[in-house]
Design a protein around this ligand. Sequence first.
Ligand SMILES: Cc1cc2nc3c(=O)[nH]c(=O)nc-3n(C[C@H](O)[C@H](O)[C@H](O)COP(=O)(O)OP(=O)(O)OC[C@H]3O[C@@H](n4cnc5c(N)ncnc54)[C@H](O)[C@@H]3O)c2cc1C
Length: 307
Amino acid sequence: MTRMRKKEIERRLSETVEGRVAADEPISRHTTLGVGGPADIMVFPRSEAELRGVLRLVAENTVPLLALGGGSDLIVRDGGFRGVVLALARNLSGSKIVGDRTIEAMAGETFASLLRLSREASLAGLEFLVTIPGTVGGGVVTNVGAFGGSFAETLESIHLIDGRGRETAIEKRDLRASYRKIEIPAGAVVSRARFALEPAARSEVEEKVARFREHRLRTQPLTEASAGCIFKNPSPWEYAGRLIDQAGLKGLSIGGASVSSVHANYFVNDGKATAADVLALIDEVQRRVEESSGIRLEPEVRIVGDA
Ligand SMILES: Cc1cc2nc3c(=O)[nH]c(=O)nc-3n(C[C@H](O)[C@H](O)[C@H](O)COP(=O)(O)OP(=O)(O)OC[C@H]3O[C@@H](n4cnc5c(N)ncnc54)[C@H](O)[C@@H]3O)c2cc1C
């Protein structure tokens, strides 16, 4: 974007939302791995009406758009993003019980808040979210899952807004879901979702949450900056973490990025890593695992932005 065009889009976005509009905002502040260069413009809509306005403006001006939830499944390159980044986490947020066993949550609602509400209401089905640092919108797109559960099973419907400001709902039976992916139409953004949950004894829900939390704290580097699992498991019986471990790569580092010594499929940032360090580490691990096992690992994290 030229400087003048950027100023103009920034001005018009400020008229569209009450929330913040920031030029040259470092995306590293909004990703769990803590890397990522600046966004030309980052906008923080607080309602679906504001979101609709932003999407229309961006589409009319053919500006590239990146929807950003918790930034927990993203590596944004060091050059940042030339366009508008839609920061939804904790802005377009909130969740409520509708009916006996359904929760409706806005796209920017964190998993922690969603899980808290389901626990308080003694509704089972979302316990697997414990300690995962994402948001409802990102969780839909990535079909977040753990311990055999995933959003694809618990979702009742999702609500989308596109660049023309049109709203559509997709019901569970029409969702195209696969491992770590639910397809949404190009240019559309998830604005909210409904989850159909199972009434259960509060003690059962709490016991499951505690068990899952204990397992994750023991097996994953949850206190360090990471983007969760870097690579897809090559098959249901072949784990990327095990292949990396067997190749002797735990602790391998490039710049400020290293392969976690707790879980080999997590890369951690010592506070000084750049996206280039992380991407170089991905290449190196891919190369050495292929050398030792013949298997080419594919990234599970999404890599976006300019080098
Ligand atoms: C410590 C740690 C543990 C993790 N454990 C797990 C795990 O057990 N299981 C698992 O599945 N994942 C795990 N993850 C990965 C990650 O948390 C999930 O993929 C999560 O669902 C991503 O949500 P997010 O809001 O952070 O998405 P983001 O990273 O912000 O975005 C992910 C993708 O979704 C798009 N997107 C975001 N919001 C919207 C929206 N509203 N509309 C349209 N597109 C949108 C983005 O453009 C991007 O393509 C872990 C990550 C970390 C850091």
